[in-house]
Design a protein around this ligand. Sequence first.
Ligand SMILES: C[S@@+](CC[C@H](N)C(=O)[O-])C[C@H]1O[C@@H](n2cnc3c(N)ncnc32)[C@H](O)[C@@H]1O
Length: 257
Amino acid sequence: MSADYIDFISHIKRKLGIDLTLYKEAQMKRRLTSLRNKRGFSTFNDYAQVLDKDEVLLQEFVDRLTINVSEFYRNPKRWHVLQDKILPALLNKSTNLTVWSAACSTGEEPYSIAIMLREHFPHVNLRIIATDIDGKVLEKAKRGIYQKQALKELPFELKEKYFRCEHGLYYIDNRIKQMVTFKKHNLLVDRYPRNVDLIVCRNVLIYFTDQAKEIIYERFSDALVEKGVLFVGSTEQIFSPNQYHFSLLDTFFYTKE
Ligand SMILES: C[S@@+](CC[C@H](N)C(=O)[O-])C[C@H]1O[C@@H](n2cnc3c(N)ncnc32)[C@H](O)[C@@H]1O
């Protein structure tokens, strides 16, 4: 790593509390270098100085860093497994359910869970916590307004029932909005919730180093109740799940033993 990039990483950690050494280096450096070049700076030192003064460029930098793409029912087959197998098994034990959507981006994931539960398990005493490191995406999530593209995997009848379409934008129903509590949270730094029945953490672990992933899996395992479930993204299988007291329940679903 060049001294220029190492200094930049420390600067960002002090400034934003985000430790870039825990994200995969090559990928992250490529993304940040291309943005830096686009803005006309040839060193990270010059770029850091301007980020200190310019809020707009700073937000652009955070956007590049966090990669916020999401959609409702992303990888729909997995959501069907959640509905038909995982949730019935969890609800067999108790009608109370605490769900944590970690790294929730603009809210599509926690709102998908809220819709599914309201639709198929309406009597559950439910708590959905949704967190992300990026305050701006959480503000968007709370607004609950989406482009058509974000709803492409959502079954038609659910789209009709839980959204109002105006001028090409889709507004989520207030009943669904009220089911989710959004909160800023850094998976690498902050305390985790406890006694969670289902953690949904998808399409963020791929960006972390193996060392960071190990720490996060351990902390997820601690956060879950016995027989609680971790639902990961479709490229994020855990290689030795028993190391974290997990066993494979179905593809991309792990249960805590
Ligand atoms: C690609 S989105 C995933 C959204 C959603 N989970 C999904 O699968 O559709 C990745 C999210 O991870 C968040 N993120 C990145 N680093 C994080 C961290 N250290 N702690 C919490 N969230 C983080 C980003 O802000 C971004 O919103």
